[in-house]
Ligand binder design. Structure first.
Ligand code: ZN
Length: 410
């Protein structure tokens, strides 16, 4: 290919991606509206839309009959463009889902995993569920667009390698190689909070936001920083490890999984809530939690504490409130630094969002500069505990939106 042809191919792909992203955010939309927004001429836009139709990524839908002039045919995303497999590697669970191109879940499975088990065992458990998911897709004759994997820890996205996950004690795991060899699919790996931020931008509450932060709260606390319209990765791609900010003035006795003391997440993660409840129960406060544990024959867990809070148990509610205040300190710092439009809480702990959020907001109001907090909305992810699972799906969709020519014409 000579340079001129290569340039033309590049411009064509850039324009195709631009048109597809606009259809994704604005759908349904007419060719004339696309031309108006992009500044491209109408015949170019028509040829771009034709190609997206040939690649089955969009389809035509009704007409825009409002206003003067001839009604225009509208185009929208085609949910049947293909299916996607998403994998969320939690610290103590594995979740796998199959979705359509718009992130609608067709099939899903979640299994507990034991973080003390060896790495190979947890990966094999994940591969077994992925193969089940693929069988579901094949049976329904879906075209697979790819597999996305969201993991805690620092990730080298280009190499497809998990560099270090303190909560799993895993280092240098070549996820893309492992999963593409086993599935023959196009595989992507991303940090769980980053993936969730991409999901918020593509499918969630931040579809039209250019500056927002996603806070993943579970065993660890991670951040996805979406700034100036794209994910901010930092010098080496590891930006957003907000849970390990030494945020408290007085480091507590709790040692973080990273080996340090005083990390923000040790005050606000799920273990901290369990510890708060245990401390309250040790001083024999009246609570229904011990009875619930006996009745359900389970150890103390976030869902159980949430259940007690729902029944009005003050110890459960107060433990969430305390943790919410600790979370709020971190949120306030982030808001002061980044001046975001939104800061979104998701991940396993967000099941208790109704108890955490009022305390988070109270602390944020106290510690963020008034001019900044007035502009920032603190809210829960619509995907709640599935934020990173949908994130795993979103990283595949995002690649298709960037490289529509990678999808065959049919
Ligand atoms: Zn730490």
């Amino acid at each position: 290919m000579n340079k001129n042809t290569a340039d033309q191919a590049f411009v064509r792909e850039t324009n195709l991606s631009l048109a597809l992203r606009l259809i994704h955010t604005q759908s349904p939309i007419s060719r004339a509206q696309l031309a108006g927004i992009t500044g491209l001429n109408k015949s170019t836009v028509s040829s771009l839309v034709d190609e997206l139709l040939e690649r089955n990524l969009v389809h035509e839908t009704g007409s825009n009959t409002g206003g003067a002039g001839r009604p225009a045919t509208l185009v929208e995303m085609n949910p049947q463009a293909g299916c996607i497999i998403g994998v969320e590697l939690g610290v103590d669970f594995v979740s796998v889902a199959v979705t359509d191109f718009l992130g609608n879940i067709i099939w899903r499975r979640r299994e507990d995993a034991d973080p003390t088990e060896d790495q190979e065992k947890m990966i094999n458990q994940t591969l077994r569920i992925v193969k089940e998911a693929m069988a579901v897709g094949k049976k329904k004759n879906y075209h697979f667009l790819g597999l996305g994997l969201a993991t805690p820890g620092t990730v080298d996205v280009d190499q497809g390698v998990l560099i270090f996950a303190p909560n799993l004690h895993w280092r240098n795991v070549p996820f893309v190689t492992i999963f593409s060899e086993q599935t023959k699919l196009k595989v992507f790996v991303e940090n769980d909070a980053n993936a969730a931020a991409i999901a918020e931008h593509l499918f969630g509450t931040a579809r039209h936001s250019q500056d927002f932060l996603f806070v993943f709260a579970g065993v660890g606390i991670g951040g996805g920083l979406f700034l100036n319209g794209k994910l901010y990765r930092g010098r080496n791609g590891y930006a957003g490890e907000i849970g390990h900010s030494p945020i408290m003035a007085e480091p507590s006795q709790t040692v973080c999984h990273c080996g340090n003391r005083g990390c923000w997440e040790t005050y606000a993660n799920q273990y901290s809530i369990i510890q708060r409840v245990q401390a309250r129960l040790e001083v024999k406060r009246s609570s229904i939690i011990p009875r619930l544990m006996v009745e359900q024959n389970t150890p103390l867990s976030i869902p159980l504490i949430k259940q007690a809070a729902d029944a009005g148990d003050q110890e459960a509610i107060d433990s969430f409130t305390e943790a919410g205040h600790a979370m709020g300190q971190g949120f306030a710092g982030l808001i002061n630094i980044f001046n975001p439009e939104k800061i979104i809480l998701g991940g396993p702990l967000s099941i208790a969002g109704e108890y955490l959020l009022p305390a988070i907001k109270e602390t944020v109001t106290r510690h963020s500069l008034p001019e900044i907090i007035q502009q920032a909305e603190v809210l829960l992810s619509p995907f709640g505990p599935d934020a990173s699972l949908i994130g795993a799906i979103a990283i595949v969709v995002d690649d298709v939106l960037s490289h529509p020519i990678s999808i065959e014409r049919r």
